[in-house]
Write a protein that binds this ligand. Structure first.
Ligand code: NDP
Length: 491
């Protein structure tokens, strides 16, 4: 197996605020290990882990070993581990109090030119306090970067507050907002598929495409995070960020080049073109659901309101399906159907592009309507690209018999020797390199919130409860009606 190739960033001090937390242990530390293994961390790069609890340097290194032992999806290579551990230093402090930040000065004296990349794996409510302390401790220069985890707010107003707090001390070109979907290999391939293949480039609009479906289905339920999820719901947790980011990449116009702002300029235009959903059209264009008890893979699973810590009166949605219209020249008349939910029959994220039928049906004796050509981009699992087309069944019979067949490009079969990097590996590397293409700009976040807030308001004002669906099914029956009333069906 070979690793993905890439450039080595200049030496940096990667400051991991919240190094003892779930995200750091599960994703970030294993990703740093993989980057080190691939030779993509500069020899001078250091990892400065910070959290509140008191820990000696030895205890911290032991904690890193334990995280890798638990979360790395392969055996730990001792040489790589030793190299990684040499980079790691632990600092204990309360992030909201400036006193502790003096410790950085002592460490940085030995490598003053290292670029400081501050990763906030902490609750967003303290992003502002950390920025203020970094500033008051004179730790911010024009090369200092901050990486922000989601959620950036729970609506437009609260996201503006967080963004303003950070913007008081950092310019936009120093701020890296994570949406880990953008780091997925398959999501990056979407851009290549669209803009490196003339086959699609000339066919990507309302003259050829009938509609698009984007599905992000999770098999898991709440995974012990009931109170966090209940504040958010599927709209805030999945649609406002991941699904709208994927939709923007599918629908955007060709960027001038692959620079961060060229791509983000095009994505934000799509977000601005989304037709508003409000009290006038919310019932025609959206369905919210909440799972009840059911069966998954033959095993009984509890309903959302029966999960540990549940509030019985919760009306939070664990499923949402939407018909989205993009009011611009390219997509006029082409609906995008989005659906995402928890406790679905299996985990799957995919984009399916349905093409229009040929203008005239030569096979009308056998087919009243020809099955459409379909392009399926599987984001996970079984990453790959599939095209459904019609072919003649070989044979000498008089009538021309056709059959739907699939051209299937499975990434794991095609790129056998290439390891597919985790999204966080790519994103950590990019923020060390100083490339913002895979990070979300402030105007994108705010535009997405503006659109989602209107739906959330309409749902709230309607006082209608989410529709129940048994765990292990594809959502409420109403979500089927949402698409069949347009004469279409879910893939
Ligand atoms: P955790 O609660 O598990 O970890 C929080 C970390 O922040 C701990 O290391 C904690 O240190 C530290 N911390 C919090 N407050 C302070 C403080 N005042 N001073 C010093 N240290 C502090 O959170 P997660 O790791 O789950 O999440 C971190 C961020 O990532 C959040 O914004 C979350 O929304 C986001 N995120 C998380 C995902 C996940 O899968 N976990 C997925 C996507 C986003 P100590 O223990 O010492 O108090």
């Amino acid at each position: 197996m070979t690793h993905f190739t890439g450039s080595v960033a200049k030496p940096c001090d990667f400051v991991l605020f919240g190094t003892s937390g779930d995200l750091a242990r599960r994703k970030l530390i294993p990703s740093l290990y993989q980057l080190d293994k691939a030779g993509l961390l500069h020899d001078g790069t250091r990892i400065l882990g910070v959290a509140r609890q008191e820990m000696s340097q030895e205890e911290y290194l032991e904690a890193i070993r334990a995280s890798l032992g638990q979360f790395l999806k392969e055996a730990v290579d001792d040489d790589v581990l030793q190299r990684l551990l040499k980079r790691c230093h632990y600092l204990s402090m309360d992030f909201t109090q400036p006193e502790g930040y003096q410790q950085f000065h002592e460490l940085r004296q030995s490598a003053p030119d290292n670029v400081m990349v501050n990763y906030f794996a902490t609750p967003p409510s303290i992003y502002g306090a950390i920025c203020r302390c970094l500033h008051s401790s004179s730790l911010i220069t024009s090369s200092t970067r901050v990486v922000l985890e989601k959620p950036i707010g729970h609506d437009l107003e609260s996201s503006k507050v967080i963004n303003d707090q950070v913007a008081e001390f950092f310019e936009e070109n120093q701020i890296y907002r994570i949406d880990h979907y953008l780091g997925k290999e398959t999501v990056q391939n979407l851009v290549a598929l669209r803009f490196a293949n003339s086959l699609f480039a000339s066919k990507w609009d309302n003259r050829t495409i009938d509609h698009v479906q984007i599905t992000v289905a999770e098999e898991v339920g709440i995974e012990g995070r009931w109170s966090y999820f209940d504040q958010a719901g599927q709209m805030r947790d999945m649609i406002q960020n991941h699904l709208l980011q994927v939709l923007s990449l599918v629908a955007m116009d060709p960027p001038v080049n692959l620079d961060a702002d060229s791509i983000r300029d095009e994505k934000v235009k799509v977000l601005k073109s989304l037709r508003p959903i409000n009290a006038n059209n919310v019932f025609d264009t959206t369905v919210r659901g909440q799972y009840s008890a059911g069966f998954l893979k033959g095993q009984p699973v509890p309903g959302y309101l029966e999960e540990e810590g549940a509030n019985l009166n919760s009306d939070t949605e664990t499923f949402a399906a939407l018909r989205v219209d993009i009011d611009n020249w390219r997509w006029s008349g082409v609906p995008f159907y989005l659906r995402t939910g928890k406790r679905m029959p299996f985990k799957c994220s995919e984009i399916v592009v349905y093409f229009k039928n040929p203008p005239h049906n030569l096979y009308r004796d056998s087919y009243r309507q020809l099955p459409p050509n379909k392009l399926t981009i599987r984001l996970q699992p079984h990453e790959g690209v599939e095209i459904q087309m019609m072919n003649k069944v070989p044979g000498l019979d008089e009538t021309q018999r056709l059959q739907t067949t699939k051209l299937d490009l499975s990434f794991s079969d095609t790129f056998k020797d290439q390891r597919v990097a985790d999204a966080y590996e790519r994103l950590l590397l990019e923020c060390m390199l100083g490339n913002q293409s895979l990070f979300v700009r402030r105007d994108e976040v705010e535009q997405a919130w503006t659109w989602c807030d209107s739906i959330l308001r309409a749902w709230g004002d309607s006082h209608e409860l989410p529709k129940a669906y048994p765990a292990g099914t594809w959502g409420p029956v109403a979500s089927v009606a949402l698409i069949t009333k347009d004469g279409r069906s879910w893939d």
